[in-house]
Write a protein that binds this ligand. Sequence first.
Ligand SMILES: [Fe+2]
Ligand SMILES: [Fe+2]
Length: 390
Amino acid sequence: MMTEARGAVPGYICTMSESVSPQFLGRDDVNDIVSIIRDDARDFGTDFHSTAARGDAIFTWDYSRTREGLGKLYEKAKTSQWNGSTDLDWSIDVDIEQVAREMSGAVNFFQQRMTDVEGSPVKNWGDKEWLQFQMEAFNWRMSQFLHGEQGALLCTGKIVVTTPWIDAKYYAASQVMDEARHVEVFARYLDTKLDGHYPVNANLQLLINDVLGDSRWDMTYMGMQIMIEGLALAAFGFMHHVTQEPLLKQLLRYVMSDEARHVAFGVLSLQEYYQGLSAAELRERQEFAFEAAIRMRDRLMMQAVWERMGIDRKVITETMFKLREQGGNPFQAALFSKIVPNCKKLGLLDAGDGWLRDRFTEIGVIEYEDAMNTGEEYEMLDLVAADRAS
Ligand SMILES: [Fe+2]
Ligand SMILES: [Fe+2]
């Protein structure tokens, strides 16, 4: 079903696709394990995957630079460019086992809880299995970063085309270059330092497809800048904190300083745009944010890694849900520490009757609502500028 909705430009009508299912992801229950397994088993091909991109190309004849915040970010982007070929030392030999050992040490508590849960398929695992698991998990994470970066590259290209604001077109153009560089460096790391890589996680790709397929220009920001990049920033931060591997550490530092700017771009743009939306339109954004959050949560289960370690996907999914019922939440930990505060800052948590607050409470991530938001963080994370200065 297609409906007509008023877009961002006065007098401009955009076509709106029906992208939000009242069922959420086509599930009667977002925790339905059969549906989660079904989604996770989706195949996106070996060489190419094509998906519909929707939305009108918008020309603006208003070239005045009225959005100071975006202008400032754009200036920052121009001076913070780095070169993946020359600013990183690719001669460094990477000891994958050592990286895996660092990861294993950092998530001891999780490994213990996985072992202790009733009927655990990893009950008999010792150090050797956990080390192997962490080596696979490292490869899987880097692979998802790579695919996610390509998603960001395509989505940012779409923002250049569909946003009605000249300041946003300028900034998004700089981000296209950033994302190309990120794809380049993750691909090079995987190809030259690791052994093969994993295909894209289905939940990540399904979310990227939803973002590209939605014709409302602001949904690209919500799906990519807020949800996917917010989660990526937290994941990069965790890995950067844990690892001592010098090439990876430097690569992540540089990527993070770009990503913090990207999330800030999303927050600034949506803050302004949402002020002009009706309660019904805001509710659609809340539902989209929740659907994206569920995709991100399910992405973190890493079924492909467990399967490579000989464990059935259904068994591991059930095990993870059992852990959740016991109180802690192994999927998201602090990973939602970027997403929830940013939704709060956008006014989405409490818009209407606080629908999104209720949903985030249900999936156990509301406790992160006051963690630092990225709008304040990007100046602090400008590590490229800091390196240049020294
Ligand atoms: Fe990126
Ligand atoms: Fe990004």
